[in-house]
Design a protein around this ligand. Structure first.
Ligand code: MRU
Length: 328
């Protein structure tokens, strides 16, 4: 089990590490009911697709315990963040468990434990794709803070470090929420893995210099043809990798594959408030009444992805066929 816990359940309370305060303060938010959990997801105290799914499962259990109906509990959580499909996956699973008369707390714990194990399997599959000491690049935060375990893309990087295959990690700062600069750097520092933070827009230039052996990113939703929604800025990385022949890997559990989505057109992209772009730590960094566009995710077309690494194995293009074997 990872020592850094983005959330844990104890004595009727879900303790959620408030990631808005990282890396400066490690403070847990006490979620005592479903509304608290919905707030924590919406306001991004907890974020990262697998972590959102786990936390939502506990929230659903709390809603039922509070006497809300299945539909009410489902809907309160469903509307918190639209792109991460793990949220829907976890809610559907909890709904099914309820219908089967299962213990909901045990089911939520099971979802959390499975995520821990899934992370370890992905880490092994991903690390086997790299030979020799390498500089790798990653985007956003896909580690312990985004999952219940060691992480998805960052889990692979942690495993590579264990195998002595990491020279250093290039960390995209990930504007505007700075998941890279604040959260990934925080995790890598704790794990003693060497890293350098770069501004997002410098990544294609650095890739063009031939320094980067591979790029590892996570995913919020993968359509059945392999089109992948991930943190804004991922698409431009995939373009640079394609131009300079650098492997571009997506690392995600099979719970992130939305087999109901045929392609990118079926993936909802979250747009967040413009203040996230216009301000930094509450201070305006642009003229106050500026307008802004704040897409939280973008789409990387399937053909730009060298491989999709899951707990069940590695899939290659064309994904329409290769992902099918992961369908339950
Ligand atoms: O908006 P966020 O921080 O929830 O976005 C997170 C990402 O885009 C991650 O890359 C993705 O959820 C995979 S996390 C293991």
């Amino acid at each position: 089990m990872s020592e850094l816990k983005s959330f844990f359940f104890e004595k009727d309370t879900l303790f959620i590490l408030d990631q808005r305060k990282l890396p400066f303060e490690e403070v847990y938010f006490d979620a005592k009911n479903i509304k608290d959990v919905a707030y924590a997801i919406k306001e991004m105290l907890v974020r990262g697709a697998p972590a959102i799914g786990c936390v939502a499962a506990y929230g659903f259990m709390m809603g039922i315990k509070e006497g809300l109906s299945v539909d009410e509990s489902y809907s309160i959580l469903y509307h918190t963040r639209p792109t991460a499909v793990n949220l829907v996956w976890a809610l559907d699973r909890m709904k099914k468990a309820y219908a089967q008369g299962k213990d909901l707390l045990q089911e939520a714990k099971k979802i959390e434990q499975e995520d821990v194990e899934t992370n370890l399997k992905m880490a092994k599959h991903g690390a086997s794709l790299i030979a020799g000491k390498s500089v790798v690049l990653t985007h956003c935060n896909t580690g312990a803070l985004a999952t219940a375990g060691i992480g998805t893309a960052l889990g692979v990087i942690k495993e590579l470090h264990k195998q002595d295959k990491i020279d250093y990690v290039l960390v995209d700062e990930t504007r505007p929420y700075l998941q890279g600069a604040r959260l990934t750097a925080f995790e890598l520092l704790k794990a003693n893995i060497p890293y350098k933070i770069i501004v997002d827009s410098s990544a294609p230039f650095i890739i063009s210099k031939g320094i980067v052996k591979a790029v590892f990113v996570g995913a919020d939703r993968i359509a059945s043809n392999g089109d992948t929604a991930n943190k804004i800025g991922t698409f431009m990385l995939s373009l640079a990798c394609k131009a300079y022949n650098v492997p571009f890997y997506v690392v995600a559990p099979t719970s992130t594959i939305d087999f109901n989505a045929k392609s990118f057109e079926d993936i909802p992209i979250e747009e967040r408030k413009k203040e996230e772009v216009l301000t930094c730590k509450g201070t305006f960094i642009a003229p106050e009444n500026s307008d802004a566009i704040n897409y939280s995710f973008d789409i990387t077309p399937a053909q730009n992805i060298s491989a999709i690494i899951t707990e069940k194995g590695v899939a290659y293009y064309p994904y329409k066929e290769s992902l099918q074997r992961f369908k339950e």
